[in-house]
Design a protein around this ligand. Structure first.
Ligand SMILES: Nc1ncnc2c1ncn2[C@@H]1O[C@H](COP(=O)(O)OP(=O)(O)OP(=O)(O)O)[C@@H](O)[C@H]1O
Length: 242
């Protein structure tokens, strides 16, 4: 299986003396698709940023392992972070002079062939995220870190992006960590779902349902309810039942 292995040993993170994550132990296998869900402010993005190396742990150790080389890690966020003065092709090829063929191939794979010379401002939110995805995938990353990448998209575009991501990963497996507020998204895409709350991993759920998965699958509905219960109790806003 291709992709990086990720291991966290007793990883903690505090900001200005306030603890956000406390002694997290986590092993992610090569090629595994892991989603992180949890209440707002639980530290989901912080965990992702720690794995990305964008934050330094206050304690503990994080290791990324890929076979034969240093793991290539790419990130994608809710905002596309495209350079407005560069074309679609220019954005995808950023820092990759002379890699036209790969750029055209990846743009075809994300459904943007023919739009190479357009600028981000003229594209819909969904297409801009396709460019952002292409820009990440052209590097053939061992580890893809996704922080609410479809969070700002409408429901239909979001469903299309989920399907696209699934197809691209089926063709080229790699390790993925996705932070999402959307429990259904996590259930559709993941091998494993982590519920982060109170500074730790409150649930670690392996979900090996065959793919492609369907929203109407009763197994998904049951787990969705179960996970939503976990989230709601964490938010502390379940109305009292007489
Ligand atoms: N650079 C920072 N400096 C200070 N505090 C921070 C910093 N980054 C995150 N925090 C705090 O750490 C906590 C966790 O933030 P984080 O963004 O990781 O949560 P989250 O679970 O991703 O939340 P959300 O679902 O709302 O995006 C929050 O209280 C946040 O204010």
């Amino acid at each position: 299986m291709s992709g990086a292995e990720v291991s966290l040993r007793s990883v903690s993170k505090s900001f200005a003396g306030r603890s956000v994550l406390h002694k997290i132990d986590l092993d992610i296998a090569a090629g595994q698709f892991v989603s992180i869900i949890g209440p707002s402010g639980a530290g989901k993005s912080t965990l992702l940023r720690l794995v990305a190396g964008l934050e330094t742990p206050s304690g503990g150790r994080i290791e990324l392992r890929a076979t034969g080389h240093v793991a290539d890690v790419r990130l994608m966020f809710q905002e596309d972070r495209l350079l407005p003065w560069r074309t679609v092709l220019g954005n995808v090829q950023l820092g990759l002079k002379g890699r036209d063929r790969e750029a055209f191939d990846i743009l075809r794979a994300v459904g943007l062939r023919g739009r190479e010379s357009e600028f981000p401002i003229g594209l819909s939110g969904g297409r801009r995220q396709r460019v952002a995805l292409a820009r990440a995938l052209i590097h053939e990353p061992d580890l893809l870190l996704l922080d609410e990448p479809f969070g700002a998209l409408d429901a239909i575009t979001r469903a299309a992006m989920q399907l696209l991501l699934e197809q691209l990963l089926a063709a080229r497996p790699r390790t993925v960590v996705l932070v999402t507020h959307d429990v259904e998204e996590a259930l559709l895409l993941s091998d494993r779902i982590l519920l982060v709350k109170d500074g730790g991993i409150a649930r670690d759920l392996v979900f090996d349902r065959p793919r492609p998965r369907h929203r109407g699958d009763p197994a998904l509905a049951t787990l969705k309810e179960d996970l939503l219960d976990g989230l709601l109790s964490a938010e502390g806003n379940i109305p009292a039942v007489a």
